[in-house]
Design a protein around this ligand. Structure first.
Ligand SMILES: Cc1cc2nc3c(=O)[nH]c(=O)nc-3n(C[C@H](O)[C@H](O)[C@H](O)COP(=O)(O)OP(=O)(O)OC[C@H]3O[C@@H](n4cnc5c(N)ncnc54)[C@H](O)[C@@H]3O)c2cc1C
Ligand SMILES: NC(=O)c1ccc[n+]([C@@H]2O[C@H](COP(=O)([O-])OP(=O)(O)OC[C@H]3O[C@@H](n4cnc5c(N)ncnc54)[C@H](OP(=O)(O)O)[C@@H]3O)[C@@H](O)[C@H]2O)c1
Length: 282
């Protein structure tokens, strides 16, 4: 599945070098995936260190000069020279009604204090790592899937991503397709790297090859049968969850029913959870 949407031209080195906003980062590329989803890349402040899976506050100056800031997962891995973000466009959203119009060379505000629970250190060692996301909740996993450390720690990574419609899956589908043949990862992990990253994209409101909610596909065992995996169990399986609050609550209940417990940075366990947004769906 590909969408024929051109990527904008990269910004010049001169523009990158001239930040004027406090905590400014310069936009280097923008790609619109659907009417309601886009991704963009910005320059990375030299001092910004983060763990793959963390989020930062980004924004734009408001009309009154006060910044409009929102939490955003960093979608790029921690080794990348730039930062990538994957964003919703909320029609009347204070930030995204404006952010969706950014172009290369524009500046955004980036508060350089990364935090978050979706980090490898918050999980006990295990065999398989499940990434469970709806909508833009795939963003932290776009970072973790591109980080070689994820595959150092886990034999297999399973990316389950569910959206309402098939076009909303395209960002993740392209990312996974590129990763399976990524020279860096195949050089480290060999030709069977493709088997280390299993991808299970589903839709719920439009027909596509795989359908259904993540909760249902786990609870029914369908995903296990389709991918040839053993039952999820607390000895071998670890998970990270990122979606609406309702999704997070429901997945958490399914995993707890299978004997897995929620952990945190300070208390690593079998799974961790983070909201993909605050608001409806609660
Ligand atoms: C920890 C954390 C990480 C986040 N990471 C991302 C990210 O990587 N990408 C991203 O697009 N957003 C992310 N968000 C949401 C983001 O902070 C903003 O809410 C979003 O950019 C919309 O901002 P806004 O000012 O336009 O609208 P807001 O006033 O913030 O939101 C208006 C309404 O839009 C809906 N909404 C907001 N964000 C989303 C979303 N992502 N998906 C579906 N519906 C949404 C909700 O119903 C919300 O009540 C994250 C939120 C949290 C708490
Ligand atoms: N994305 C759109 O096309 C769209 C359009 C209009 C408005 N909105 C609004 O934008 C916000 C976010 O939309 P979104 O589509 O990104 O997120 P969403 O409404 O949370 O749905 C994303 C995916 O998650 C599934 N899902 C939702 N709740 C779940 C749960 N408790 N357990 C398991 N799976 C669950 C949905 O399945 P189901 O389809 O079965 O619910 C859908 O496939 C919502 O407030 C929505 O009303 C979105």
């Amino acid at each position: 599945m590909t969408l024929d949407i051109p990527v904008t031209e990269p910004v010049t080195e001169a523009a990158k070098a001239k930040p004027t906003l406090p905590d400014a980062a310069t936009v280097t590329a923008v790609k619109h995936w659907t009417d309601s989803l886009f991704s963009f890349r910005v320059t990375r402040p030299a001092s910004l260190r983060f763990r793959s899976g963390e989020f930062v506050m980004i924004g734009l100056p408001g009309d009154n000069g006060k910044p409009i800031l929102r939490a955003y997962s960093i979608a790029s891995p921690n080794w990348d020279d730039e930062l990538e973000f994957y964003s919703i466009k909320v029609p009347d959203g204070p930030l995204t009604s404006r952010l969706q119009h950014i172009k290369p060379g524009d500046q955004i505000i980036l508060r350089p204090k990364p935090v978050g629970t979706l980090v490898l250190d918050a999980l006990l060692p295990g065999k398989r790592l499940w990434f469970l996301a709806t909508g833009t909740g795939i963003a932290p996993f776009a970072s973790l899937m591109r980080d070689p450390e994820t595959y150092e720690r886990f034999e297999q990574v399973i990316m389950m991503h569910t959206c309402r419609t098939a076009d909303e899956l395209t960002y993740g589908a392209e990312l996974v397709a590129n990763l399976r043949t990524d020279p860096l990862l195949t050089e480290i992990y060999g030709d069977d790297f493709a088997k280390r990253l299993l991808y299970y994209p589903t839709t719920t409101r439009e027909a596509s090859p795989l359908m259904g909610r993540i909760t249902d596909n786990i609870a029914s065992g369908k995903v296990l049968a389709d991918l040839g995996l053993p039952p999820i169990n607390p000895a071998e399986d670890r998970a990270m969850i990122c979606g609406s609050l309702a999704f997070n609550v429901d997945v958490k209940a399914v995993l707890e029913g299978l004997g897995l417990n929620e952990g945190a940075n300070s208390d690593p366990r079998e799974f961790v959870v983070e909201k993909a947004f605050v608001g409806d769906g609660v």
